[in-house]
Design a protein around this ligand. Structure first.
Ligand code: PMP
Length: 445
């Protein structure tokens, strides 16, 4: 076979996908894969849904593309109203984009323009967590705390003040409450040292995603960050690119905590893998200030086009119609129980954490000391490869900042049923047994 001109990643050649249905994909060689990570935590309704296809085809037959400054389009207005409704009108305005990175970029720029418009132009800096992932475009990368991705670009990104978030697995404080107190005290001190009057916004993922292996921040921390933002007069941006649109069992993850952001970025699950679409949701007064000073100086060609919005509207309606959020809660409990059982069985599973159908599994060389595997052993890649051989896709990551361990995410489509959840766990168990044998074989006698 000719070498492929694509250059996404180094590594072995990939199987060529043939087709997909529900939570399963097949490659051209006829091998079946259970999609245990919804692609990139995006195919939230599973594959090959006739209702989404029908909505897309109907829209294609009417009009696929119009430019947002030339025409209003009904699917965009309906989707925007639906999203506002899903926040219970806590965020009243919507700006569409085509990806998570664009959603984060847009939120950062909106925050900045808001302060320019409201007479505080010195507010130009952002605070974010290390580790974190907010996207790969230069603005979103600037607030990302993930060293290997940042390294080649630190000189040319906006950068941000990076602070540690709570780590309930590895902290050495007397208890979780004291840990949160210490982290918050450090964050406050860092913001004060940086001059709070220069800070436009604090951005964070309410439940961590790929960069932290679903690290939870918790109610107390999120409440106090909200209060800190209010005290320092900066905005709170929640990056719900991964957690939004049902992944954690509520429409948005912040709804578990009752901590309302000023701006919210979402994407991935909004198009559910059927079409790229994302959105920024914002408080009306922020948008009004910006619109009153000449409008938002921002936008992307494909943003909010009719086909994107019709697709996302069909996704939202399917989640509502089929009671998908209760399925997330039920399957999430089963997945949690299954992963906890695997943790009890294999000493190298250090931590299992998550919410809804967003679960992270952290691997350690020593569960007592929580020492990670040596980075060069690439254990995260090995367990992912074994899972794939067992017909299961999981989402791997080695985190080098703060969270030292290898980890993987288990994030199946939100529509997965009980039988397929059990099948997912069975395939994962087989992969873990093989991984365990390899570790024993490699261990000194
Ligand atoms: N923010 C978060 C929390 C994400 O998980 C991602 C994607 N992994 C992004 C932003 C960037 O989204 P995209 O890849 O669609 O640009």
């Amino acid at each position: 076979m000719d070498p492929s001109p694509l250059f996404y990643q180094a590594g072995p050649a990939l199987p060529e996908v043939s087709h997909a249905r529900g939570v399963y994909l097949w490659d051209e060689a006829g091998r079946e894969y259970l999609d245990g990570c919804s692609g990139a935590i995006s195919c939230n309704l599973g594959h090959g849904r006739p209702d989404i296809r029908d909505a897309m085809l109907a829209q294609l037959d009417r009009v696929a593309f119009t430019y947002r400054t030339q025409f209003e389009n009904a699917p965009a207005v309906a989707l925007a109203k639906a999203l506002v409704g899903l926040t219970h009108d806590q965020l009243q305005k919507v700006f569409f984009v085509s990806s998570g990175s664009e959603a984060v970029e847009s939120a950062l720029k909106l925050a900045r323009q808001y302060f320019v418009a409201s007479g505080e132009p010195e507010r130009r800096r952002f605070v974010s967590l290390r580790p974190s992932y907010h996207g790969s475009t230069l603005g979103a990368l600037g607030v990302t705390g993930y060293q290997p991705l940042e390294a080649p670009f630190t000189d040319i990104t906006i950068g941000s003040l990076k602070v540690a978030g709570p780590d309930f697995y590895r902290h050495a404080d007397a208890d979780d409450t004291l840990h949160v107190e210490r982290i918050l005290a450090e964050t406050r001190a860092a913001m004060e040292a940086a001059d709070p009057d220069t800070i436009a916004a604090f951005i964070l993922e309410p439940v961590g995603g790929a960069s932290t292996g679903a690290r939870m921040l918790g109610q107390a921390y999120l409440e106090r960050i909200r209060a800190l933002c209010d005290e320092f007069g900066c905005l709170l941006i929640l990056d719900e690119v991964l957690t939004g649109v049902g992944r954690t069992g509520t429409w948005f993850a912040y709804q578990h905590y009752g901590v309302t952001p000023d701006l919210l970025a979402t994407a991935k699950g909004l198009g559910a893998g059927y079409y790229p679409v994302g959105a920024v949701l914002a408080r009306a007064d922020i948008v009004e200030a910006v619109m009153g000073s000449g409008g938002f100086q921002h936008g992307h060609t494909y943003a909010g086009n009719p086909l994107a919005c019709a697709t996302a509207l069909a996704v939202v309606e399917a989640i509502q119609r089929e009671g998908v959020l209760s399925n997330v809660a039920a399957r999430g409990c089963e997945l949690e129980a299954g992963l906890e059982a695997l943790k009890a069985r294999f000493a190298w599973v250090g931590d299992v954490r998550g919410l809804g159908l967003l679960w992270g599994v952290e691997l350690v060389a020593d569960s007592d000391t929580k020492a990670p595997f040596p980075a060069e052993q690439n254990r995260f890649a090995r367990i992912t490869a074994l899972a794939k051989e067992e017909g299961l896709l999981i989402y791997p990551r080695r985190t080098l900042d703060g969270v030292a361990g290898d980890h993987f995410l288990v994030t199946p489509p939100l529509t997965i049923d009980a039988a397929d959840t059990a099948e997912l766990l069975a395939r994962l168990e087989r992969a873990m047994v093989r991984f365990d044998h390899e570790l024993s074989a490699a261990a000194p006698a």
